[in-house]
Design a protein around this ligand. Structure first.
Ligand code: ADP
Length: 409
């Protein structure tokens, strides 16, 4: 039997109250043992209790410590939040003018309202953006349909007045008919310009890059301008650097459009002298085998005042209010050309002097195609050339070309 030693308190009490021999009594012995057991149990419970309360104290202290740290952290983040709110500088709203930063509830409420407001605004913005996109799409769709619808009958007007002009008409009829024809043509130009402009604005215009014969482009545009130039007794000069690569990758329709626009302006704003289109090799890019070419349209016309030299590139902008009256036009040509050049990685530049003339120029980097530069057959048979022309620039152009082929001039 697991006999426990007599508990010291019980032993003391037994010694005090019971004579030594009474312990031999079995009954007493049993009783003493039971009491001893209770004493020990009490001792164990007391120990357990003390231990457990100590444990609780420890846990409590730990918890308090943790809580304190957490509260400290919270406080810090709240302070940061308050700082953020204060520095955010949110415009004070109606009914929220006196927010006390010490009052967290008020502050959080304010923040909540701000977030809600932001969300609403964001939603509204998204909806507005979608609407605007739809509207732009609808607008450019409408414009392209409309301009197509207008162009068809207009072409009828132009075509039939052309035919009528070839029939027998008296002087007055002829005059009226050519006015109808001219008006229809300029209306067509305006419609084409507006369509182009809205297409570019809507980001819907894409370049069609194809193999392009630069010599042919130069000749075609010069040929087109020759007639109106000669009607005004202006010389039209084509100055193509013979060393340029003849074939490049380019959107030739748009390139022609830009050149025609610049050349028509040159004719329009020049009363006497000459108009020159030059294409010049600027430099070769060895890394990718491309070449930078500079196109320039020079005239000896009215020139553009320095203060207006930036303005004229804007859409619907002309040098001054008298321009429309004197020369007509919409002020879209340069804006469109510049936007097209933007798509080609270039931009229009201008040097001009009032009363002396203007030069519009731009540089494009082209991927060139290997192949012949210019074909001069049996050139070596020519040794001497005499150039006769009343136009100095023309004589110089021819001189440079023949010089390149080592022909004495
Ligand atoms: P538009 O010719 O239809 O008026 P542009 O955008 O082509 O529109 O030209 C804008 C303006 O720039 C012209 O109205 C004119 O004032 C000026 N301008 C353009 N080219 C020349 C030029 N070669 N010489 C003088 N002024 C020019």
């Amino acid at each position: 039997m697991n006999e426990k030693p007599l508990h010291k308190v019980l032993a003391r009490q037994l010694k005090k109250y019971l004579p030594e021999d009474s312990l031999s009594n079995t009954q007493t012995d049993l009783f003493v043992r039971a009491v001893n057991e209770s004493y020990h149990n009490f001792e164990r419970d007391k120990e357990l209790f003390e231990h457990s309360s100590f444990m609780n104290e420890q846990a409590y202290a730990d918890l308090t410590h943790k809580l304190k740290a957490e509260i400290g952290q919270r406080k810090q983040s709240i302070e940061k939040l308050i700082d953020a709110i204060v520095t955010l500088d949110v415009p004070t709203e109606e009914g929220m003018t006196d927010i006390n930063p010490d009052n967290l509830i008020e502050l959080v409420e304010f923040l909540k309202q701000q977030i809600e407001r932001r969300k609403t605004i964001e939603n509204e913005l998204r909806q507005a953006k979608e609407l605007a996109e739809q509207a732009t799409l609808a607008k450019s769709d409408f414009l392209s349909t409309m301009s197509h619808e207008i162009r068809t009958p207009l072409n009828g007007v132009i075509g039939f007045t052309d035919l009528l002009l070839k029939t027998k008409t008296d002087e007055t009829q002829r005059h009226y008919l050519s006015l109808v024809n001219q008006s229809a043509n300029s209306l067509l130009d305006i419609i084409n310009d507006i369509l182009d402009f809205s297409k570019i604005e809507a980001g819907k215009l894409e370049l069609v890059v194809e193999q392009t014969d630069l010599l042919a482009v130069g000749r075609q545009v010069a040929d087109m301008i020759k007639l109106p130039a000669h009607q005004k007794k202006l010389e039209m000069l084509l100055n193509i650097d013979p060393s340029i690569p003849r074939f490049v990758w380019a959107d030739q329709i748009r390139l022609r459009q830009i050149l025609i626009n610049l050349l028509s302006n040159a004719v329009k704003f020049t009363q006497q002298g000459e108009i020159e289109l030059s294409i010049e090799r600027i430099r070769d890019h060895l890394a990718d085998g491309s070449t930078s070419l500079r196109f320039a349209v020079r005239d000896t016309g009215i020139g553009i005042a320095e203060r207006n030299q930036e303005k004229i590139f804007e859409a619907f902008s002309q040098e001054d209010s008298s321009t429309t009256r004197r020369f007509g036009g919409t002020g879209l040509g340069l804006a469109i050309s510049n936007k097209l050049l933007g798509l080609m990685g270039s931009q229009l530049q201008l040097t001009s002097e009032l009363g002396k003339g203007s030069t519009f120029f731009f540089t494009i980097q082209f991927k060139s195609l290997p192949g012949e530069v210019n074909q001069w057959t049996r050139l070596q048979l020519i040794q001497h050339v005499l150039i006769v022309d009343d136009n100095t620039t023309n004589r110089q152009i021819l001189l440079a070309m023949l010089d390149l082929a080592s022909i004495q001039v």
